[in-house]
Ligand binder design. Structure first.
Ligand code: PNS
Length: 169
């Protein structure tokens, strides 16, 4: 049976930290479904369509692209996982600060569905300090995020956050 994991998130926007986690996950699972939360708790900077577009641009041409799918869900994550069907939820852990929120979510998901397991993988050291939030903050203040997100994502961030001709206006 194919082993499928769902990698859920806001992806506002997707970063190379997310891609690193997907690559690690593909050492364990046959395929991974990147599941974009249509209406995440947080108010996203990018629309649902923009977030999907940036994910597709980031995985385009990736050597493991044929094992990565992109999906979306509304409502409960466990319902989406069941509907695919998939075997597990994959999440990344960067630091202790992530732990409390992740622990709470994993336990709630287990309460909602005992047959779905959550698997945590440590983010690669190279990406340990990045998050979608910090990436947005840097671009908003005129900083460079080259090499931390795909070029298409960097361009979209600059457009969204008021850059013109390579500088913040
Ligand atoms: O990238 P994020 O914002 O940390 O992702 C959080 C997300 C979207 C995975 C989480 O908020 C979620 O699963 N939302 C769907 C609603 C749900 O199932 N809630 C119950 C588990 S807490």
């Amino acid at each position: 049976m194919e082993k499928v994991a769902v990698y859920p998130g806001s992806f506002d926007p997707i970063t190379y930290g997310h891609l690193d986690l997907i690559e690690r996950g593909l050492k364990i699972f046959d395929s991974i479904v990147i599941a974009v939360a249509a209406n995440p708790g947080k108010k996203p900077l990018f629309s649902f369509e923009e977030r999907l577009e940036m994910i597709n641009a980031s995985i385009d041409g990736h050597p493991l692209q044929n094992r990565i799918r992109v999906g979306s869900f509304q409502g409960l994550l466990v319902e989406y996982v069941r509907s695919l069907p998939a075997n597990a939820i994959l999440r990344g852990l960067r630091a202790i600060s992530d732990f409390e929120y992740e622990f709470q979510m994993a336990l709630m998901n287990r309460k909602l569905s005992t047959e779905i397991e959550t698997l945590f993988l440590m983010t690669g050291m190279r990406w340990i300090y990045i998050s979608s939030r910090i990436i947005k903050e840097v671009v908003m203040s005129g900083g460079c995020v080259t090499g931390l997100v795909a070029p298409a994502v960097e361009k979209k961030l600059q457009e969204k956050l008021g850059w013109k001709n390579g500088t913040l206006i």
